[in-house]
Design a binder for this molecule. Structure first.
Ligand SMILES: Cc1cc2nc3c(=O)[nH]c(=O)nc-3n(C[C@H](O)[C@H](O)[C@H](O)COP(=O)(O)O)c2cc1C
Length: 487
């Protein structure tokens, strides 16, 4: 998809979008509507009259199906597999593999963003007194929020040393018509660029993008990897960029709205409170001020928004996309890792369930330490490790293994390290305790008594009962009943 419009058209064709023509207030009212719709698995909402001349799109990512449509895949694992295929590329053997290899190389070459001369994101250019953020339908999401917040931005900066681009999704509190706060947390790459900058730093913020490019702003890529390259790779075509009008940055040619401006070193403001994805308000804290010097936009721009709060909220599926897309990359560093799950209720960084192919004593502990050393996964508070045959997405099953296989004295590892910026539980901000729970089967080398055999019916009897099921007069097909009993 080229842009937000093509995405909206697709959502509409697929019966996944409802237009709201009644006037609705971006102050709290839209949150309450959206929250109800998100929690009932409802459609994306295009609010045509949000007390502003710009319509507001929300809940575009709110269901599993819409996330598939957004990424153009049949399952999130398909997107992960495409990344894995490239990461695991081997020298090709034979003609067929060479042709497949060339296709993969082409997809990597096509992922580079492409500079074009002009784009609709600059149809209108507002500077000086014309710049007024208050004209946009920016939401005040929760009653205790300090002000309206831009919640779905793609914030573009450059590493002052290397010129490498970063794109990150960081909420922005509106301070007045021409300034916002920039909430890049201490572990984030935008913040790292800012710390390296000397004096003034150019910043551009793209709002209203094709869904893949918007998603990649939230993807936890290593600092030296350009999010727009991942976007190009997942889209199968490069993201088109135009030079910004007033700053030394390239910006998406097909965005709905672009804010251009600067952040000056040590120009800080009190940011927050804001009702965030932790389910709590984050307290006021100092963050840099973003001075907006120009707004460029399409003639009939659409403003994108998202409401986060107590999970599950719309961002659940953005997080699940990251979980699946990054699985192959994690396996490159932790090869025994079979699968992992970041429960939505754990706000992603609170809990990580991992299944491993265990072949030596202490391997579960090795994997815990690996998770605590990997990118933003390092902020994980609790890691639960189970054996390869346990389905980590089946929380009942994981809970069963924790109950059955854990001796709390032997199998619980208490450690410490960096924690999420917004985690209010630790005694100190940013740093605190971690818990690892080894729920794998253990052998004598790990201090366990002989491990008992798990109860399983023999395959022979299972087959027999499957074949004879109708004779028993129990109605539901054998498989359906088994599923029902598992729940
Ligand atoms: C809806 C949404 C809002 C977010 N808000 C923030 C935020 O305000 N500050 C922040 O540091 N990260 C926020 N994140 C997480 C970052 O976007 C994410 O960690 C991303 O990897 C940051 O990019 P970076 O790794 O290039 O810094 C948000 C994510 C989503 C999905």
């Amino acid at each position: 998809m080229r842009d937000l419009r093509e995405w909206i058209a697709l959502l509409e064709r697929e019966g996944e979008l409802v237009r709201i023509s009644a006037e609705v207030d971006p102050r709290l009212e839209i949150t309450e509507i959206t929250d109800r719709v998100v929690k009932s698995g409802g459609p994306a909402l295009l609010s045509e009259n949000p007390k502003s001349s710009y319509p507001l799109l929300i809940n575009q990512f709110g269901t599993e199906r819409r996330m598939y449509l957004a990424l153009g895949v049949d399952s999130l694992d398909d997107a992960g597999k495409r990344v894995g295929d490239v990461l695991e590329m081997q020298p090709p053997q034979g003609i067929a593999e060479k042709v497949r290899g060339l296709k993969k190389l082409k997809s990597i070459a096509d992922s580079q963003p492409k500079r074009v001369r002009s784009g609709p994101s600059q149809e209108i250019v507002l500077t000086g007194d014309e710049v007024d953020l208050n004209a946009l339908p920016i939401q005040t999401c929760w009653p205790g929020d300090a002000a309206p917040f831009i919640t779905l931005p793609a914030v573009i900066t450059k590493d002052p040393r290397t010129g490498g681009r970063n794109v990150g999704m960081y909420r922005m509190q509106v301070l007045d018509g021409r300034t916002t706060a920039m909430h890049w947390q201490i572990h984030k790459d935008g913040r790292a660029d800012y710390l390296l900058a000397d004096g003034r730093m150019d910043v551009a913020v793209a709002l209203g993008l094709d869904p893949i490019t918007a998603y990649t702003a939230s993807a936890p890529l290593p600092k030296h990897v350009d999010e727009l390259m991942l976007a190009g790779f997942l889209r199968g075509e490069p993201v088109e960029l135009v030079p910004a009008k007033t700053v030394d940055l390239d910006v998406p040619a097909n965005a709905e709205i672009v804010l251009e401006g600067y952040i000056a070193k040590d120009d800080l403001t009190s940011e927050g409170p804001f009702g965030d994805h932790t389910g709590y308000y984050t307290p006021p804290e100092l963050f840099p001020v973003f001075h907006v010097e120009a707004i460029t936009m399409r003639r009939d721009a659409i403003y994108p928004s998202i409401v986060v709060g107590k999970p599950p909220a719309e961002d659940a599926w953005l997080g699940k996309a990251t979980e699946r897309i990054f699985l192959p990359a994690i396996r490159m560093s932790v090869p025994e890792l079979v699968d992992y799950d970041l429960p939505v209720a754990g706000a992603f960084h609170n809990c990580c369930l991992v299944s491993i192919r265990k072949s030596y004593p202490g391997q579960a502990q090795k994997v815990m330490h690996a998770i605590w050393g990997l990118g933003l996964l390092s902020l994980t508070k609790a890691v639960v490790v189970v054996d390869e045959w346990v389905d980590v997405h089946d929380y009942e099953e994981v809970f069963f293994r924790v109950g059955a296989n854990v001796d709390p004295k032997r199998d619980v590892l208490i450690s410490e390290g960096p924690l999420d910026h917004l985690d209010h539980a630790p005694s100190m901000q940013f740093y605190g305790g971690k818990i690892g729970i080894d729920a794998t089967h253990k052998g004598p080398a790990e201090g366990a008594r002989p491990w008992p055999e798990e109860i399983r019916m023999s395959d022979e009897i299972r087959r027999l009962v499957d074949e004879r099921w109708d004779e028993y007069g129990l109605g539901a097909p054998a498989e359906a009943l088994r599923q029902l009993l598992r729940r």
